[in-house]
Design a binder for this molecule. Structure first.
Ligand SMILES: Cc1cc2nc3c(=O)[nH]c(=O)nc-3n(C[C@H](O)[C@H](O)[C@H](O)COP(=O)(O)O)c2cc1C
Length: 216
């Protein structure tokens, strides 16, 4: 099938776009408002962008009145946020934190999660997550929308500190992602868990792997 993404003339019951950009890691973002109130919400338009120094991003749609979501606003106003990794064990609470949009309620407390202090930033970490990135706000890029609620604010942050639960570091010094049972977003109401992996060696020119090289 083919459809025009400006017209969304796909004829399907749901827009298939989200089901095709998968799996999306879930940025479970904790922030603190300028009034000092904690906030926690999941963002699957989230990703790592660079390595050294590491940058991450999350992208917030808008409320129906066109206003920014709390995580975006807090990150912009206070200059900090934390990425908490979402796993099978904390999936239900992760989901619960998405439904509370009252800025006066701290979702971490309300859902019974345990706040853990961060080292370099003020927003607290979710103790039930096995890994966290403490981030400093870098900039926001606004993506235009067809309607006020579809304008997206893409928040970029620089990772300034990293926490990893030692239980998930192998004897070889590798992070055991499978043991963490990291979850990720698919389309519709679907999620996936990272439960299988395969490895491939890096190719180099010396490998002579291109057909043109083999002919020489
Ligand atoms: C798994 C999951 C992923 C989500 N991803 C996004 C996203 O990428 N962008 C977005 O605007 N909302 C996303 N949402 C919805 C927000 O979590 C929800 O609007 C939340 O209330 C925002 O909270 P905040 O205003 O405290 O930041 C997602 C919800 C779930 C359950």
């Amino acid at each position: 099938m083919y459809f025009d993404a400006d017209k969304n003339d796909h004829g399907l019951p749901y827009n298939p776009i989200k089901a095709l950009t998968v799996p999306r890691p879930i940025g479970w973002i904790s922030t603190i408002s300028k009034d000092g109130i904690g906030n926690l919400a999941p963002y699957s338009y989230f990703n790592g962008l660079s390595y050294n120094p590491p940058f991450v991003m999350f992208s917030g749609g808008s409320r129906e009145d066109g206003s920014k979501k709390d995580s975006v606003l807090n990150a912009e106003e206070t200059g900090e946020f934390v990425f908490n990794i979402a796993t099978w064990d904390n999936k239900d609470k992760m989901n619960d934190t998405s439904w509370i949009d009252d800025p006066n309620i701290d979702e971490m407390i309300e859902t019974g999660l345990t706040p853990a202090p961060s080292v370099k930033v003020k927003p607290r970490r979710v103790a039930e997550s096995p890994a966290h990135f403490e981030c400093v706000y870098h900039q926001t890029v606004v993506l235009p929308g067809h309607a006020p609620e579809s304008v997206h604010h893409v928040v970029f942050g620089r990772v300034v500190a990293v926490h990893i639960d030692d239980d998930y570091i192998t004897a070889d010094g590798l992070v055991d992602t499978l043991k963490m049972k990291v979850i990720a977003r698919l389309g519709y109401k679907d999620y996936t868990t990272v439960e299988s992996k395969f490895s491939m060696n890096k190719r180099t020119v010396e490998d002579n792997y291109l057909p043109s090289q083999a002919a020489e």
